[in-house]
Design a protein. Structure first.
Length: 238
């Protein structure tokens, strides 16, 4: 069972509440939602490039076939809060959308370190460093979110990562044996970790994105070093 509630606090469409139709994207048969602006603020900085493969401090799996990834400067990385977020970047020669998969410890605030495949879409490679402006947007993903359990997860120590989300993740909660929602701390390597464990499962999870949209899933199994699919997806920002 799942529930999706839209309380869009930061999207351009304004506030409101109701039940979100999270199945709409999967019914369309392809990606949707990419490029919708999730905040009004335009950030500025510089872009560089590195040999990205999709892995990094966000602890996502490597995906060398996807060049549209990047590392965020440490300030905006915000201890992994932007992991999996999508960013629309305007450069001297073009515009792109990339997904944040890593941090860049040596980058000043506002800077983004692009993959070697993404950088030439906004500027000539030989320039090495160019001015950019950027903002957060919804990712062009379809299908439900995914709960990925870290290797070593058990009923006594449980680490969960949210994958495949349209918008940045703000929080994860699980329902304890007493039926109360418990906030799970997020660590800087992008896992929500319950140091005392969540019990043997199956779990009830509540996930909130940075726009205030909420997804609830129940009967989520513990899959050590594996994935359990949710049933819904966040609506794209408008």
């Amino acid at each position: 069972m799942w529930v999706a509630v839209s309380v869009c606090l930061a999207c351009g469409g304004g506030g409101g509440s109701g039940t979100a139709d999270a199945d709409a994207d999967s019914d369309s048969g392809g990606p949707s939602g990419g490029g919708e602006v999730c905040e009004g603020e335009v950030h500025t900085g510089e872009a560089t490039y590195y040999a990205a493969d999709g892995s990094g401090n966000c602890s996502f799996d490597a995906d060398p076939g996807d060049p549209m990834v990047a590392a965020m400067n440490n300030v905006d990385y915000a201890a992994s809060a932007v992991c999996g977020a999508c960013v629309a970047i305007d450069g001297p020669d073009g515009s792109i959308i990339v997904r944040i998969v890593d941090s860049c410890p040596g980058c000043p605030q506002g800077d983004i370190d692009l993959s070697e495949g993404a950088f030439p879409m906004i500027a000539a490679m030989e320039l090495g460093r160019v001015p950019i402006s950027w903002r957060y947007v919804s990712c062009a993903t379809s299908g439900p979110i995914v709960y990925h359990f870290k290797e070593g997860s058990s009923e006594w120590w449980t680490a969960v990562q949210i994958r495949g989300h349209k918008n940045p993740i703000a929080s994860l909660e699980f329902k304890d044996e007493g039926g109360q929602w418990q906030v799970v701390p997020r660590l800087d390597y992008n896992y929500f970790v319950a140091e005392q464990g969540m019990g043997p499962g199956p779990y009830a999870f509540r996930v909130t994105d940075t726009a205030g949209n909420v997804l609830e899933d129940s009967d989520v199994p513990l899959v050590e070093a594996g994935d359990a699919a949710g049933a819904g997806q966040f609506p794209a920002c408008e």
